[in-house]
Every structure is written in structure tokens, then in C-alpha cells.
Write a protein that binds this ligand. Structure first.
Ligand code: HXC
Length: 272
């Protein structure tokens, strides 16, 4: 196993912050959980699978990070409400919401049923909106545990698929385009009204993730690798460092932006 790179940030940049992450038990979501925790935050994670959550919480606690897991599906409004409330009950407040839960599979548009299309939009787009909506009362300035001038932060994980067009990903492209749109609109409305910053990260090909395994079968993988500008796929660490930058005070004037973390992959064209 590769050694993790040291963080370029000080260890207290998220000191005292309470973070809730959907999809925080595995993949990119877990890496963000761990890095936010290592930089001072308390971590609540939400996911559908209890065993995944239990393992993730144990791993976080073994690093000395205050952590708790809540089972829930972002497609169910009552789950969203219950988990947001439970997080605040457990840690006393909520400062940061990270929407990292997602669903996908490769399928040609003509073979995708409308319900398959809807399922992914329900998870990625409607789920993100639902979580933001339920978290608002805690994140707004003057909310429980916050000063009258200090709003919280929302980070939405999307993708680069919809920057152009993506084979066999019509459902995920549409869903992630909607997520980027939510990021901009909420940044406008809730930045103005409640001092909440809302940003996104669009990861490109990141190794050792469900997305990479599901979306990059070996035969596609080899072709894609040939054209990557930095000659490599990213690490979950790269996404987590971008998330730390946006969530910390370093990002305090950044609002409504989706930061692409893909090594330039979406710009890539075969050399002529
Ligand atoms: C075609 C499919 C399908 C497939 C499901 N469907 N899988 N269609 N090909 N492989 C269709 C079904 O036929 C059904 O439509 C509808 O989708 C709902 O399927 P269910 O199995 O009932 O859904 P559910 O059990 O809720 O599961 C949701 C899921 C599943 C999205 C389908 O894959 C899941 O839970 N995924 C979560 C984990 C995950 O995918 N993580 C990867 C995240 S990576 P009909 O019409 O038959 O009823 C990521 C990266 C983003 O998101 C992009 C990076 C580049």
C-alpha cells in the first residue's frame, strides 16, 4: 500500500467544526471524513449500509476523531431530517454538510429505463437538495450554536461527465449537471440571506473508488490512461485536500464554484 502524502495544511484548520457527510462511509466520502477529522472536525456520516458505517466509524475513532454513523437513504426526506437532527443532538451544532452520496452504473441510453434514469437523479440531485434543505435551519447564521453573523458551509461532490458528453452516463451526467446548478443557486440565495457558502468539487478519474471500478472497465481504462495530461489518475487524498481548502478559512471568499480536481483530464484530446 502506498504511503499517504502528508497534509500541507495545519492540523487545526477545522478545529471545533461539526461535519455531516452523506456517503461518508466509503470512497471519496470516507477520505474527506478522515481528512476533515484529522484537521480538527467532529464527523457524522450517513449511509445506507450499517456494516460500512460501523467500519468507517471505528476507523475514524481509532485515529482519535470524534465520529458517529447514522443509517439513512438520501432519497427519503424523513431519513434526511432524522439524520440532520441526530447529528445536531449528538454534537450540539452543524457547521458543514458534504453531499457525497451517489449512485451510478454504465448503460447505453437506449437500454436505460426511465426509472433507472430517475433513480440516479433521485440519489444525486434530489438527495443533495433534500439534505441541503433539511440542514438549512442549522447552517444559517444565528442557527443553533452559531453566531448571528456566521453561516455554515455546504460542499457538493459532482463529476466532470457533463462538461462535455459521456458515453453510457446520460443519467449521471444529467444528475451531476443538476448538482452543479444547485451549488450555484444555493450559493446565491443562501449566501445572501444566511451567510452560507456553497461550493462543489468535480473529481475526474480517481483511483481506488467505486466510481472508477464501475465506470472504467479495463478496456476503457487503458485508452483513457493514454490521454491523461498528468499521466496518472488522482487519489482520494487529492479530492480531500481540495475539500479542506474550500471548507477552511482559506476558501472564505469562494462561493458558488465547483472546483475541478481531475489533473486536466476533461480537457484532454488525442495529440494530432
Ligand atoms: C441498467 C439499471 C442498472 C444497470 C439499476 N438499473 N442498475 N439499469 N443497468 N446496471 C435500473 C433498474 O433496472 C431499475 O429500473 C432502476 O435502475 C432502479 O434499480 P434498483 O436496483 O431498484 O435501485 P437501487 O437498489 O435503489 O440501487 C441504486 C443504484 C445502485 C444506483 C442502481 O447501483 C446503487 O445503490 N448504487 C450506490 C453505490 C454506487 O453506485 N456508488 C458509486 C458512486 S460513484 P426499472 O425500470 O427496471 O425499475 C459515482 C461516480 C460519479 O457516482 C461519476 C464519476 C466519474
Amino acid at each position: 500500500m502506498e504511503m499517504e502524502s502528508p497534509s500541507p495544511f495545519k492540523g487545526d484548520i477545522l478545529k471545533g467544526k461539526v461535519v455531516l457527510l452523506t456517503g461518508g462511509g466509503s470512497g471519496i466520502g470516507f477520505e474527506i471524513s478522515a481528512q476533515f477529522g484529522k484537521h480538527g472536525a467532529s464527523i457524522a456520516i450517513m449511509g445506507r449500509r450499517k456494516n460500512v458505517l460501523d467500519d468507517a466509524v471505528s476507523a475514524l475513532r481509532s485515529l482519535g476523531i470524534p465520529a458517529v454513523g447514522f443509517v439513512g437513504d438520501v432519497r427519503r426526506r424523513e431519513d434526511a431530517q432524522r439524520v440532520v437532527d441526530a447529528t445536531v443532538k449528538h454534537f450540539g451544532k452543524l457547521d458543514i454538510l458534504v453531499n457525497a452520496a451517489a449512485g451510478n452504473f454504465l448503460v447505453a441510453a437506449e437500454d436505460l429505463s426511465p426509472n433507472g434514469f430517475k433513480t440516479v437523479l433521485d440519489i444525486d440531485s434530489v438527495g443533495t437538495f433534500t439534505m441541503c434543505h433539511e440542514a438549512l435551519k442549522y447552517l444559517k447564521k444565528g442557527g443553533p450554536g452559531r453566531s448571528s453573523s456566521d453561516g455554515g458551509f455546504i460542499l457538493n461532490i459532482s463529476a466532470t461527465l457533463h462538461f462535455t458528453a459521456s458515453w453510457y452516463q446520460i443519467h449521471v451526467s444529467a444528475a451531476k449537471a443538476a448538482v452543479d446548478s444547485l451549488t450555484r443557486n444555493l450559493a446565491l440565495e443562501w449566501g445572501t440571506d444566511y451567510d452560507i457558502r456553497v461550493n462543489g468539487i468535480a473529481p475526474g478519474p480517481i483511483g481506488d473508488t467505486a466510481g472508477f471500478r464501475k465506470l472504467m472497465p479495463q478496456e476503457m481504462n487503458n485508452k483513457v490512461m493514454e490521454d491523461l495530461p498528468l499521466d496518472k489518475v488522482g487519489e482520494k487524498w487529492d479530492v480531500a485536500m481540495a475539500a479542506l481548502y474550500l471548507a477552511s478559512d482559506a476558501g472564505k471568499f469562494i462561493n458558488g464554484t465547483t472546483l475541478t480536481v481531475d489533473g486536466g483530464a476533461w480537457l484532454s484530446r488525442p495529440r494530432r
